[in-house]
Design a binder for this molecule. Sequence first.
Ligand SMILES: [Zn+2]
Length: 493
Amino acid sequence: MKIKFCGADQNVTGSRHLLEINGIKILLDCGMFQGGNRDKIRKLNEEFLFDPKEVDYVLISHAHIDHCGMLPRLVKMGFNGKVISTTANRDLMEVMLLDSAHIQVQDAKYVKKHFKGKSEFLREPLYTDKDVKKAMELFVGYNYFKKFKLHENIWVTLYDAGHVLGSAIIGIDFKDGKEQRRLVFTGDLGRKYMPILNDPYQVDHADILITESTYASHLHDSIDSVYEEVTWAVNDVIKRGGKIIVPSFSFERTQAFVYVLHQLYDQGKIPKIPIFVDSPLSTRISKVFDKYRDYYDNETFRDFLDKKKSPFYFNEIKYTKSVEESKKLNFYKKPCIIISASGMCEAGRIMHHLKNHMTDPKNMILVIGFMAQGTRGRMIVEGKPRIKIYGEKYPLKADVVVLNSFSSHADKLELLEYIKNISDLKNIFIVHGEESECAMLRDNIYNILKLKCRVDVADMGEEFEITNKGTTSKMGKRREKYKKDMGNLKSKV
Ligand SMILES: [Zn+2]
């Protein structure tokens, strides 16, 4: 069999790994590259390191855009095979991809208007909602743990990854000549005890493991501390008559935060002040969450469903719809919680909430997600005295409180524990982590777990062939072309 690494290699975006088993080509994830230089990212997203027409199947681990965001592009470029994931993931992906298509179209319009005469190739959207619809027609949804035949001598099982709703660890059993082998792809590996989600399923054996490494050198705080910190934060702001503004990712983080608030309301730990979810995308995603209740963990059943309650719909919560409703919140004078997007404060309705609330020390900006370098969200976390919004600078006087324990990725110990419990490993490929995190995981597999198997940190475009005689690797021709293109781009920028 062969594996070609085509994205999220010593990097956390653009997850794409191409398998070839008995001549059948299976793409694990079809993610979007994000962040950084606009031209460079566009180039990475526009082209694949393989011919989309030759791919037979796409298996998607979960609906985050860095794992599925280029599927419509793949379809646009000629892919016409089957797309497989959990059923909940299919619905979540549809919402996420339609939103992404809308952003692509808006971006292309912006470039046309503001960059006349240059960046020719940025003027066309990568895909539109028509491509999303075509991609959705190719979907087949499966439940967790159902082993199904993908192709002659190839079977697939999806296990709960506990990362976001519908997320999967993908297990592939196949016959390679006379050899029976098993490959496991972690996708993004979740954590135990997260709200709503089941704990990540522990796969017990595999010959080949492709593992993420996002937080291979970090240790997260326990999720319990979220409950304590939110209790303190909400009570504190209510005492001084302020409002709490929460920039949040629409998918999973918003629902997890609402779940925590609802539990704290029910336990009487915080007063039941109104919660406004002011993001059309979050509202659409919350609806999908409500539809797929059989994906929830036992605690969600115990605390909500068994009591005939939904975690996401209750008296104190309102999902705002129109822009007018959203703007009205600026004049709402009593304590309340406003959860809005985008998560890193770069666009969307959160912008006007920040503008209208961050100048008053009574209010609090509660940060519950990662803020990347260079974003407005990061400036807020760093406590910059003035923040630019819509071209004007406003003083940041509101309290800024950062909760670090909401992460839905396994940390250093959780990753090592997970790998330790998989027997028979012969090859481990490390993906989806910055360079230092990948190296750290590789060193820890050797030095702490003392595994004797081969461990490779995948390089973009690198192709491995695994036979019963051993593993060989080479850089593909397209990789060389890509390197050349990138070199040319660099000299232009
Ligand atoms: Zn993810």
